[in-house]
Design a protein around this ligand. Sequence first.
Ligand code: AGP
Length: 593
Amino acid sequence: MCGIMGYNGKQNAIPIVIKGLKSLEYRGYDSAGIAYLKDENVKIIKEKGRITELEKLLDDDSSNTAIGHTRWATHGSPNRINAHPHNVGDVIIVHNGIIENYSELKEKLISNGYTFKSETDTEVACAVIDSIYKETNDKIKTIEKLKDVLKGSYAFLILFKNDNKIYTTRCGSPLILASNIDGNYIASDIPAILPYTKEYYLLDEGEIGIVDFEKIEFIKNGNIIKKEKLTFNFSVSEAELVGYKHFMLKEINEQPHIIKEFLDYYFENFDLIKDISKYKKIHIVACGSAYHAGLIGKYLIEKYGHIETNVYIASEYRYSDNFITKDTLVILVSQSGETADTIASLRLAKECKAGTLGIVNVVGSTIARESDEVIYINAGCEIAVATTKAYTNQVLTFSLLAYKLGIKNGLISNEDALEIKKEYYNLPNEINKILKLDYKSLASKIYKQNDIFFIGRLIDYYLCLEGSLKLKEISYIHSETYAAGELKHGTISLIDEGTPVVSIVTDTSICEKTVSNINETKARGANVILVKRKSLVIDETCYDELIEITDMSDLVIPMLSIVPLQLLAYHVADLKGLDIDKPKNLAKSVTVE
Ligand code: AGP
């Protein structure tokens, strides 16, 4: 999603804004731009492509007030004209989000004499602000009116000609504001602010921030309000590579540490949902990898918690009748806490009077703040678009919930509970062993392939879904995951001589069945990469490459089994020389529908 950065203060704003935009590159973008005050005017410079292309157009100008933007195209192709900032009349804006009623607004503005240069909804929003401002001649009133005129999502930074303040407001898309001795900062995400301060404010829906040279003022319903100052629990180094080639590899390697920290923080006081038993069913709602984590959550909660649990893709859930009642606990899983479809599902659940729990990484994010309860997965700042450590801690959260429920239900004996606790605390050590193995040579055998299949059953199937997504999103190799028993109902027609098939077999209850399905692919020439628990005896004719996983309870082994697939995806993409942390077309947090 788009990156937003603004600065107003004593220093030269231009390099600060450019640096901030660079720290947000991981969010994904295809054009960039900056606007800054210069001798009573506003200069706007923007360009297609990376920020380095924009920098070529910047001379050594200086200014104390600037706003900048990296655009992930939603309306109109990635080019200089569609890039932000946009200017109409006396108004200049950058925008993150989608204005859904921009077409009807554009028609009305054109009939009132406005003309447009770009294909974007943002330029229309800019014209709306300009037209209201011409009526009211009052900037605060103008901005307050936006929530009645614009439909959709937005985070705006707004400059008005002949005014050296930056105005900001949001509906759906997040904004962070912060101050230090040098001035005042606004950004769409934490890494842009971290180099300057660890204290920040979160703008709430409909609030207005006025950022001038010396201070930040907050306005709500026309009145100045005081806001709570929050503190990042991330360090600057977390937003830096510190010697790794890519953030993704760094974050894969951080997993042992963040798992240990999670266990130290939660294991003894995991009174997660005080009275989960009051709910008759659980809905887990998420997108992407968070959805895959939810599938594992379903399997474990149903097995150990004996509570009917269903998992939904958020973009489907928000538009379907899911029989959400006050007896339903809706669990929203989201690393960013800002995914538009997941937020919408949360709000739907609350309208239906369901209980809501957020399992979230980013402190103070929208899902965290609007859920009845929240569990922070404490995975630290995750920069790589392809999630790894956050996914693993999402799974760990569900695992610990199921473990606690299993003990409460008497399905896990005190003796077994102690054994499983040892496995949890041994998990960092076991992951470190996997991190030391060589995955480059295995990756070299498949990185030129066009199609790769993943098969597994039950929890192994859910892990395959995540392994396949990791591979797809960073290596651009087409990859599909199938429930192993389903392959023969069609897709097996695609298995030919040499087709790579990755299979995970850790679930002892259905091992033989999965092996039969593996053999069906082998019989058609597949090259099988098998990830299995050590204790399972599987004939070596069933596979071509073997990755063995230390035996652990099914509550713990998922956090181990996924690591080889994360590393395999990483090394395949690295061998292809791709931009692993910023994959094409992707964004770290999808704050639009
Ligand atoms: C995973 O590698 C992707 N980056 C993506 O699927 C992500 O998990 C999904 O967009 C959900 O994001 P969230 O966890 O921030 O809601």
